[in-house]
Design a protein around this ligand. Structure first.
Ligand SMILES: Nc1ncnc2c1ncn2[C@@H]1O[C@H](COP(=O)(O)OP(=O)(O)OP(=O)(O)O)[C@@H](O)[C@H]1O
Length: 584
């Protein structure tokens, strides 16, 4: 229960509703207890009538009165049971809602490393499956637990007062029932976890095969994939059958134990009645009703134990993530708007997960308003520089200064607000083109969006779609070409109108003509703004105020196009290679 203590803050938050729920549960159970004793009394009236101690009209009146009492109390018990669910189960839904939001918000603040270390499926599972298990504890477990406690607390003493020996025989099989249900619930849990795990493997596999359907078709891999799905399906069927087998034991076992208890009541009760140890045959009827009333709560004790254990395990998994603190977090309260001066001072950077040192003792300065191009072979550390500027990671050693202030001493929101990133993989959301562009500026007008799309040279493409800017992208809509995606992603950054633009090889999928047009538009729009362009093409770099050439995490060349063209080195070589490529 140590991990589940985390939920106490939510129980405190909803304590009024919970207390109301507890009171309602107790009232509902007390009303339900009235019925069996009135059934006994009804039997006694019939017995009295048969023995001629009660006259027919009086017997009729009494029976009618008892029936009305039974009906009334059962109705009241039903109404309060409804209210019990409305309060306690509702509280559990509120807790589920709060906890899901808390976990999701927490995820958002964690570093990129967290997302690399943990699989997306796992993150999703903890927020849905695990929170769902915890809700079972906060709602049904509390409700059924209370229910059972109230019933045991009221019924068992009453049964012992009415007929002690009969009570003892009646409840004797109950602990066995509880224990067996507990054992079965545990086996069910183990097997259903296996089924769940398997289902997530299966859905990952099928999802990947749908996403990669074009590759599968192009390589003629359909039979192989079908065979793999077949094998997975058989495995899944076997696991589900295992679960079904143990599930099938649950209700028969309950019915068996109810039957045994009923036999005890009838046999022992009958013997006692014959021996005159109990006064009325109605007591036997009353106890049969008690057996039926107690069976579910008794079974539930076993079930509850396993629910609590599962919730504890789930909360432990949730807490494991909630305990993780972002290493990159905002520690500066006041806003610190940025202007765009960037300085790297002996920066080295190693990725924690792979231990790859992407940058080795890098130093350079970019003045406010300058355009700097970063070139270099793949894996030389270009994107890592951009990630460090946006503070998606912190340097391993050395310092980054923005406007002469250490990046860690800036307000993180102000920094990110001042930066417009166009990443290498132009990720667009499954939403309309308009909303994807508006992501950069929520209150952008339609005119602004069109103007920016023109700047990113994607307006004409968008106008060709039947729904124009309202065209939905992604899984629910159309797939843009690589170049179109890149340009929508550029529009998204431009509309933000930040102080620093970071373009990560974002023109790789457009032809050189469009590239020229976009670059000249960028020049106009990003005048006086700091612009860092990562590229593999000299054409994107040649007009920059400074070109930085990286190799294996180190700067090997630095300067303007003319300067670098006068040096023998990577840049000059690349220039001539790309020139001859263009000519041929
Ligand atoms: N998120 C990451 N986690 C771990 N290692 C990484 C990560 N990103 C990059 N690396 C490694 O760091 C090195 C530099 O990568 P980086 O992406 O900065 O290179 P790049 O010059 O931008 O390459 P490209 O031109 O192919 O985009 C590479 O060896 C890469 O494998």
């Amino acid at each position: 229960m140590k991990e589940l203590r985390y939920l106490n803050k939510y129980f405190k938050k909803y304590w009024v509703k919970l207390l109301l729920g507890v009171l309602i549960t107790i009232i509902a159970r007390i009303f339900s207890l009235v019925m069996p004793s009135y059934v006994r009394k009804s039997f006694e009236v019939v017995e009295g009538f048969i023995a001629n101690t009660i006259a027919k009209p009086e017997a009729k009146d009494l029976l009618l009165e008892y029936i009305l009492i039974i009906l009334g109390t059962t109705l009241l018990s039903g109404i309060f049971t409804f209210l019990m669910r409305q309060t306690i189960i509702n509280v559990s839904r509120y807790i589920e809602y709060d906890l899901k939001n808390e976990v999701f918000n927490h995820y958002q603040f964690l570093n990129l490393n967290f997302y690399k270390k943990n699989r997306t499926g796992d993150l999703m599972n903890r927020i849905s499956e695990d929170v769902g298990q915890v809700r079972m504890y906060a709602g049904p477990a509390v409700m059924y637990g209370l229910n059972a406690l109230t019933l045991f607390g009221c019924l068992i003493p009453w049964m012992f007062i009415t007929a002690p020996t009969l009570a003892l025989y009646t409840i004797a099989p109950f602990p066995i029932l509880s224990f067996l249900i507990y054992k079965i619930s545990k086996i069910i849990h183990v097997r259903s976890t296996k089924v769940q795990e398997f289902l997530s493997t299966l859905s990952t596999f099928t999802q990947e095969s749908f996403s990669g359907i074009s590759i599968i078709k192009a390589y003629g891999l359909e039979p192989k994939i079908n065979a793999e799905v077949q094998a997975l399906a058989i495995e899944g069927k076997d696991k589900s059958m295992d679960l079904a087998k143990v599930n099938a034991w649950f209700f028969p076992l309950m019915i068996l134990l109810i039957g045994i208890s009923n036999i005890f009541v009838i046999y022992i009760g009958g013997k006692q009645y014959i021996n005159g140890e109990i006064e009325s045959i109605g007591t036997i009827a009353e106890f049969i009703l008690y057996v039926n009333m107690l069976t579910w709560p008794v079974a539930i004790v076993g079930w509850l134990t396993s629910i609590v254990q599962r919730a504890e395990a789930s909360q432990e998994r949730i807490n494991e993530f909630l305990k993780q603190q972002p290493t990159i977090k905002n520690e500066v309260e006041k806003e610190t708007p940025i202007k765009g001066n960037i300085e790297f001072k002996n920066v080295s950077f190693t990725y924690e997960d792979t231990n790859i040192t992407a940058l080795k003792n890098i130093s350079f300065t970019i003045k406010e308003g300058e355009t700097v191009a970063i070139l270099g072979k793949t894996g030389s550390g270009k994107s890592s520089i951009l990630d460090l500027i946006a503070r998606l990671y912190d340097t391993t050693s050395g310092k980054i200064l923005i406007d002469h202030t250490w990046i860690k001493e800036l307000n993180l929101n102000s920094l990110r607000k001042g930066i417009g990133v166009v990443p290498q993989d132009a990720f667009l959301f499954s939403d309309t083109i308009k909303n994807n562009i508006k992501f950069g500026k929520e209150d952008a007008t339609d005119e602004e969006i069109v103007q920016i799309a023109k700047m990113a040279v994607v307006h004409d493409n968008i106008m060709e779609f039947s729904k124009k800017y309202d065209t939905v992208l992604g899984e629910r809509g159309i797939t843009l070409s690589g170049g179109q995606k890149q340009r929508v992603s550029i529009a998204r950054a431009l509309i933000k109108n930040p102080e620093i633009y970071l373009f990560d090889d974002c023109l790789s999928a457009v032809d050189t003509e469009t590239e020229e047009e976009i670059l000249s538009n960028l020049k106009k729009i990003s005048k006086n703004k700091t612009t860092v362009i990562v590229s593999h093409r000299v054409s994107s770099a040649k007009n920059a105020d400074k070109i930085i050439v990286l190799d294996d995490g180190r700067i090997i060349q630095q300067g303007k196009h003319d300067v670098l063209m006068n040096e023998d080195g990577y840049y000059k070589q690349l220039y001539y290679d790309q020139l001859s490529e263009k000519e041929s």
